[in-house]
Design a protein. Structure first.
Length: 748
């Protein structure tokens, strides 16, 4: 028997190894990245070829054969397949799990073969753009045809037939234009709906850049043209025009014949950016995120893979987009914790973007007004290029910032009010003199919990160690972690007393209280509950931007990336709440959230004002945010991080245990601690803390225990984790779940 080709296949199982199969005789040579169906025990799995080779047969091995080849061309280009390999190794997960994150729904290693892609009719103008107006003008005696040409011209020569139908363009009109050979109708794969647009607030592309923008743009364009594989930290105050800078760098990459990848933390929270990109790049734009249907995402994925889409916008998983020649990668709001996936595989989109940038030999731009501690340290150390934009566009001033000390407020007023006197007065000014306000309260619902005044216990979730939040509009108590809901009890479930009292306040109650405090104030709410009812973030923001409300109140989703010129006032209620979290990043999160929220004020012609209410009004995170002083915050926070060996002065990994039974979970966590401390690489260069119950000790019915590993040496930490993962695979789950989280963002 002659030599046969063998392929190493990654299958969608949490197993950190590949499986070898024989390639079918007579088939075209295998290519890494191809999807195949393979036998696995009694099952059939869809896997991805990771390596192909020709070898002499080994009579001691009885290899099974690949059953079906699903595609002639690989779903993943070589550079993305290399990124998957790197990520699986770095985050100590199976390649099959990482492939599941990298491939879109319907193509993932665990998915079924997708159904055929639905198609739609697209009407396009056939003549060159310089002839469009001339042809339209020649149809004076055929006004219906002229109107159709006008619509097509304004849409850059391309519209869906169904959209023309909505504009009352009849089939007869289209037949007449077809007879003139002025249009053609293409039957193309259906694309995702274009990003919902906000009103054109800034007049489209900026004509004149500020001095700061010109300097930074010139540097980035040079980096794109010279294919510099460097990282640039683009740090600009809110409203400094960072987006326009990287859009011009993107245009330079397109001009050079390369492609562009733009990552955002959560695509649903940045509709203004999505619609701005759609206006700027038109059909060259593809959008990849989990909010799309599987069919829509597959269509955009295919457009990117074929090179039809040259600009890809997406959330963290878009870092795996199948672009063949990337000339620029942008990570917008690079500090945002949403870039870290909180379920397996626990990768960080920003960090993988840096790896891909090096592989593609292209610049990577990390853009933020409040960079992460890690990114800022690399910039100040000279490892990355630091680009600073310290001024807002049009010489607009930073908003005037006031901190209301709620301890003093309580002493002077004699009662605890949700809205301070200063904020109430400012809202009165909005009501009588115009302008708009955004109010941030990062708790949804009516009350944070119900407390029994007799026994002192809150009404708690049966599956999580948290209290239930009262939602008054639907008269339910809800857990915001597991989704459990129940009716509001008339009596305490613990002691059967009727003395239940509402404690704390959320956005629902704030909306009700504002209506009483400032009669006639038009109020909109944007939180998870309101978004579901209103049809998405974009729908609410669009109405607010059009001036249909005076106040937009909501959770942290209102603080991210919105540019609404009418907003002159930002109120931040409970701005110090995160400072009580048992997490070393608590001050950083607080500074970032407060700074980002404050940055929504004063982006138009009128100056902005920020009022922050807090009990810890003298905390350095709040004082530095008030002064718009990022460097000062970094210096304050860095002293604490250095002393306690936290990032950016160390690398971390968390090992988490989940178990249905407390005693068994604790025993397993203790066993893992013993294994880690017995590792040959453990010792003075590796600190192991725990195990201990997690701050959220019970979640979704599982008891949770944590071990935290700290080291100054990445290789030593990674070696320990790999050996632990190998031992866990050999021993099985032991009745519990063990999670390895490399570079954890949250320790909750």
């Amino acid at each position: 028997m002659g030599a046969r080709r063998r392929v190493e296949v990654a299958v969608p199982l949490p197993v950190r190894r590949r499986f070898t199969y024989l390639w079918p005789e007579g088939a075209a040579p295998p290519l890494p990245g191809q999807r195949v169906v393979v036998p696995f025990g009694r099952r059939r799995l869809t896997g991805v070829i990771m390596r192909a080779e020709v070898k002499e047969p080994d009579p001691s091995l009885r290899l099974r054969e690949v059953e079906r080849i699903l595609e002639a061309e690989p779903s993943l280009p070589p550079v993305v397949l290399d990124l998957v390999r790197f990520a699986a190794d770095y985050y100590v997960v199976a390649e099959g799990e990482m492939l599941r994150a990298a491939l879109p729904a319907g193509l993932s290693a665990a998915g079924r073969e997708p159904a055929s892609i639905p198609r739609e009719d697209v009407v396009t103008l056939k003549a060159p753009p310089e002839m469009w107006e001339e042809r339209e003008a020649s149809l004076g005696r055929a006004p219906a045809q002229a109107a159709a040409l006008c619509l097509l011209r304004k849409a850059a020569g391309r519209m869906l037939r169904q959209d023309l139908r909505r504009e009352r363009v009849t089939a007869a009109t289209l037949r007449a234009l077809l007879a003139r050979d002025w249009i053609e109708i293409l039957h193309e794969p259906r694309q995702p709906h274009a990003p919902a647009s906000l009103p054109e607030l800034t007049g489209g592309a900026v004509k004149n850049l500020t001095g700061d923008q010109e300097i930074v743009t010139a540097r980035l364009v040079t980096a794109v043209e010279q294919r510099e594989g460097k990282t640039f930290l683009l740090q600009g105050v809110t409203g400094s025009g960072k987006t326009e800078v990287y859009l011009r760098a993107a245009a330079a990459a397109l001009k050079a014949g390369r492609q562009v990848l733009i990552l955002v933390p959560e695509i649903g929270l940045t509709p203004a950016l999505a619609s701005r990109l759609a206006r700027r790049f038109g059909d060259l734009l593809a959008v990849l995120h989990s909010g799309l249907s599987g069919t829509q995402r597959r269509a955009h994925w295919d457009r990117a893979r074929r090179g039809e889409a040259r600009v890809v916008l997406g959330a963290r998983s878009a870092v795996f987009a199948p672009l063949a020649d990337v000339g620029l990668i942008v990570v917008d709001e690079e500090h945002d914790s949403s870039y870290k996936q909180d379920e397996s595989p626990r990768y960080h989109g920003r960090d993988l973007a840096l790896v891909r940038g090096r592989a593609e030999q292209c610049p990577v731009v990390l853009a933020s007004a409040t960079p992460s501690m890690e990114s800022f340290q690399r910039a100040v150390q000279g490892k990355d290029t630091h680009l600073i934009m310290p001024r807002r566009v049009h010489a607009r001033p930073m908003p005037r910032f006031e901190i209301v000390d709620l301890r003093r407020e309580f002493r002077e007023v004699g009662r605890a009010n949700l809205v301070s006197r200063a904020l109430e007065s400012a809202l009165m000014d909005i009501r009588h003199h115009g302008g708009q306000a955004m109010l941030l309260l990062n708790r949804r619902g009516w009350a944070s919990f119900l407390l029994c005044r007799a026994c002192g216990d809150p009404v708690s979730c049966p599956s999580c160690s948290v209290s239930l939040t009262l939602h008054k509009d639907r008269r339910r108590l809800a857990c915001h972690y597991c989704g459990h809901e129940e009716r509001v009890p008339p009596r305490c479930p613990c002691c059967d007393h009727e003395a239940l009292q509402e404690m704390g306040a959320g956005t629902e109650r704030l909306e009700d209280e504002l209506a009483t405090l400032v009669p006639g104030l038009r109020i909109m709410r944007m939180d998870a509950d309101a978004v579901r009812r209103a049809g998405g973030h974009a729908a609410i923001l669009s109405r607010f931007a059009k001036g249909e409300a005076d106040v937009l109140l909501g959770t942290q989703m209102i603080a991210k990336g919105h540019d609404i010129p009418g907003v002159t006032l930002v109120g931040i209620l409970g701005g110090d709440a995160a400072l009580s979290f048992p997490d070393f990043r608590a001050a950083e999160w607080t500074f970032q959230l407060v700074s980002q929220a404050a940055g929504r004020a004063g982006r138009g012609r009128e100056p902005g004002r920020v009022i922050l209410q807090a009990f810890r009004a003298d905390h350095y995170a709040l004082l530095r945010a008030r002064d718009h002083d990022y460097a000062g915050f970094y210096a304050d926070e860095d002293r604490f991080r250095r002393a306690l060996l936290y990032p950016p002065h160390a690398v971390l990994a968390a090992v988490r245990v989940r178990h249905r039974r407390f005693d068994a979970g604790e025993k397993l966590a203790m066993h893992l601690g013993d294994l880690l401390r017995a590792d040959p690489d453990a010792g003075e260069h590796l600190r192991i803390l725990g195990p201990a119950p997690a701050p959220l000790a019970r979640l979704r019915g599982y008891y949770r225990f944590h071990l935290l590993l700290k080291s100054r040496r990445r290789r030593r930490l990674t070696a320990v984790l790999r050996r632990l993962a190998d031992q866990l695979e050999k021993k099985g789950r032991q009745g519990g779940h063990v999670i390895i989280d490399v570079d954890p963002v949250s320790l909750m």
